[in-house]
Design a protein around this ligand. Sequence first.
Ligand code: ZN
Length: 163
Amino acid sequence: MMYIAENEIWKLLETVFDPEIPVLNIVEMGIVREVNLNNNACEIKITPTYSGCPAMNTIENEIIKVLSKAGIKSVKVEKIFTETWTTDWIGQDARNKLRKYGIAPPEGESASDFYDNILTKNITCPYCKSTNTELTSEFGSTSCKSLHFCKDCHQPFEHFKCI
Ligand SMILES: [Zn+2]
């Protein structure tokens, strides 16, 4: 009988992506809060991102699939709601990845009123770094992103809202 180590579990979890942000895995997103390993049974604690985010069930199923494939017999995914996920949990490397992908990362600290934030602030263009941008829609392809247009390089881009 071979047991898998906890750091291997984390590595496997890094292969699971948030379908709404396909460039960041769930560990980079700060979604995975805890890994508890007991022999060959595994319990993963995750914090849902945006409340009611339909991606959470997909993520949960994907975690079970990936870990089962690796030979873990019992996988339990528990959603924790005692902590509120915030974009502050997205690390600096992950923010750079977002920018390279063409999504402006959340700017600064989480805003208690993010609507106010995106409506009044000119989000930095991920392509040319210009702040000469405008908000074109509060909702992009998913509700956690807003749509902007850069007046300098004339490209539309998405912005990961700050919460
Ligand atoms: Zn630009």
